[in-house]
Design a protein. Sequence first.
Length: 338
Amino acid sequence: MGIVVDSSFKPAGWLKNPHLQTLWPTFFRHTPLPPHRWEVVNTPDGDVLELEFCGSHGPLVIILHGLTGSYRSQYVRGIQWALLDQGWRSMVLNFRGCGRTMNVTSRCYHSGETGDLNFVFRWLRQREPTIPIAAVGYSLGGNVLLKWLGEQGNRIDLFAACAVSVPLQLAKYASRMDQGLSRIYRDRLLSELSQYMNAKIDHLNHLGKKAEALRLKALGDVGRLRSFWEYDDRVIASLYPFQDVHDYYQRCSARAFVDKIEVPTLIVQARDDPFMTPEVIPAATETSSCVTLEISETGGHVGFVESGNHPFSPGYWLDRRIPEFLGQSLETHPTQGN
């Protein structure tokens, strides 16, 4: 059974609304990109993954972004700076087609695609056998991370992990996004996914990979889809070996994997997250003893904006809490590569 702790997060006085918490970092946070080293890795299936490294020494933290995110996302920039200030390195795994350029096959990414994370982890471990490695995932990236941790059990030498604002039950997440103001987020994300698919088709045609481009074109006009139920049924279930959207959601929801995690893991959720309902959060009895659930009443979706040093100059709690947890885990559970 996992541990449930009271969250230390306290929202900025003028940002107690879940939508303000969610939207503030997107529109008003302007964190510069940290110094980066870009590296492209060839995958076993003939594609490419783009990795963004920051820092030159210390433990290494793998960062997984959310849906339509990348190394450019404000929350990714924030945690990379925070880790750099702590004297640690970080590496953003841009999901396929989310980096500086498009990938070179029709393969995309989804909430349960753990193969690329496992490949990159093994690649890193082979290159640096003894370096301490941790992982952090946000939203979709958090679902990928928790699912991978559950799949791997004790077969990975990770000293800690942290997942934030995770859509732990994908069906409930998809339905929640069809309700009320959450439809605004849904429509924006679907629009960005449509642009992503169109850019991928153009890129594949430019490379002369007509068969790959036709595979995506055969999905029809993605821009006409109006819910994640439709998108995941039309796109994800067609491109990947799922029977339909129900099969995808059932097999890839991270909540079914949290009882198998054997790495010290912090899951941070806000009960007022407009992307989901509190019912997606597992009880402590559903999680392994390695899992700590930190549940805040407020915080929105990947928000957690707190008061800063000056009025209306907020701070970003996640950039304090995540390094704190990782640091404590490294001291308590020092791990070396095999």
